[in-house]
Design a protein around this ligand. Structure first.
Ligand SMILES: Cc1ncc(COP(=O)(O)O)c(C=O)c1O
Length: 404
């Protein structure tokens, strides 16, 4: 691990408060041209004694703007202290979690998984248009039918096609024949933005990036691969399941992770990661007033979000994080064993903490009582159980009793 270490509360406080010292303090040095300030003091008290031990709240109050992408070089100097924390967080995720080479990644903290997925698709659409002269109708996103709805949303926003690959209804796996059949019918499409799932929203299923890459290469088609790890990115890499879905696979160019899911960070903590050399396809040249320009979809965004993710990861450290995931995996194993003993049909991808139960095994009333989420609110075929931190074996055993 180059960046990820377990730090004490005191070390974390010291690091965040000294980063804040390097940011502009609107009370001490008054920048006259910045259309921003600390949070309103009539509403948000800035002098409460508790703040001296509360680095995240202090960052929120000081309100740093992390506009732009700080791994690219120049950024707004007013917030350089907390930007450095974001840069370190991006390197930690790309290198220590996703096995990328040192110093080879860009990225930023986005509003969420939807934005990070859209950022990737935007970059590759622009690349195919600029470097290959592709027309929008020749570019398509290709992903499994279980992919998140941010893919059709991005296709709609960016004016490109979406090719949805049917999955096996039992294993939720994308099969070679299904990809081939979709490509056979994709008339006029020559450029492909593959989005692979590292745990789908409903099933926790994981795709094989090499399957897509092998097929597209055998047809001599142009493609780029993005991985949507919005749900699984902070879980699956720690589940000890062999896979090729990280940056050690050179066919993968970018990744989405979401800290506001498994990491329990505040909302607004999606993470976009890309190999160096890709962010510039998203530069908006007209952003001249922003130092370093802007290559993100967000525009202004709170630096407190990056600080919150960094603090959580450093509090656990890599071993603490592994233990946390291990416990959730243990609870999931317990639940699956109980379902098997009752012959309740369900799906669970190895190394995932999502268990999806066939709707025939549970009544709507039971689903409502236990807060199970259906695949479709009108005509549910599956209900999912997500074994998060607050879902203990005691809760799962109540569900098992009810399912009996
Ligand atoms: C796999 C996956 N991708 C993307 C998203 C979108 O994330 P957000 O709601 O943070 O935009 C989700 C959300 O549940 C998801 O599960």
């Amino acid at each position: 691990m180059r960046y990820w270490k377990k730090l004490s509360d005191e070390q974390i406080n010291q690091r965040i408060f000294s980063a804040l010292e390097e940011n502009v303090d609107y009370r001490e040095r008054v920048p006259l041209g910045v259309p921003a300030s600390h949070l309103d003091e009539k509403v948000f008290y800035s002098n409460a004694p508790i703040l001296k031990d509360a680095p995240f709240l202090s960052t929120l109050l000081k309100n740093p703007n992390h506009i732009g992408c700080h791994t690219l070089g120049e950024s707004e100097s007013f917030f350089q202290g907390t930007q450095a924390i974001e840069k370190e967080l991006i390197a930690l995720c790309a290198e220590d979690i996703l096995n990328g080479e040192a110093g080879a990644f860009d990225g930023y903290v986005a509003a969420g998984g939807t934005e990070a997925n859209t950022q990737a698709i935007w970059i590759y659409r622009n690349y195919f248009q600029r470097d290959h002269g592709a027309k929008p109708a020749e570019i398509a996103i290709i992903c499994s039918e279980d992919a998140h709805y941010s893919m059709p949303k991005a296709a709609n926003l960016l004016g490109i096609k979406l090719l949805s690959v049917p999955v096996d209804s039992e294993t939720r796996a994308v099969k070679r024949e299904a990809v081939e059949a979709v490509l056979d019918k994709a008339e006029g499409v020559r450029y492909f933005i593959v989005v692979c799932n590292m745990m789908t929203t409903m099933y926790g299923s994981v795709d094989d990036a090499n399957l897509y890459a092998d097929i597209l290469e055998s047809r001599q088609l142009n493609y780029k691969i993005h991985v949507d790890g919005a749900y699984g990115g902070f879980f699956f890499p720690f589940a000890e399941v062999p896979h090729t879905l990280d940056f050690s696979n050179t066919r993968i160019s970018s990744f989405t992770l979401d800290a506001h899911k498994m990491v329990q960070a505040p909302y607004g903590t999606g993470i976009f990661l890309a190999r160096k050399g890709w962010m510039h396809y998203a530069y908006t040249e007209e952003a001249q007033y922003v130092m370093g320009l802007d290559a993100t979809l967000s525009g202004s965004r709170s630096g407190a979000n990056a600080v919150s993710i960094w603090m959580i990861l450093m509090t656990y450290g890599p071993h603490g994080w592994f233990e946390k995931i291990h416990i959730l995996n243990y609870r999931t194993n317990w639940f699956c064993k109980a379902l098997r003993s009752l012959d309740i049909p369900h799906f669970r991808h190895a190394g995932s903490n999502i268990v999806t139960i066939k709707a025939e095994a549970a009544s709507l009333e039971l689903a409502r009582q236990f807060g199970l989420v259906p695949d479709d609110h009108e005509t549910p075929q599956w209900f999912k159980v997500v074994i998060m931190d607050h879902v203990r074996i005691d809760h799962l055993s109540e569900l098992v009793e009810a399912l009996k």
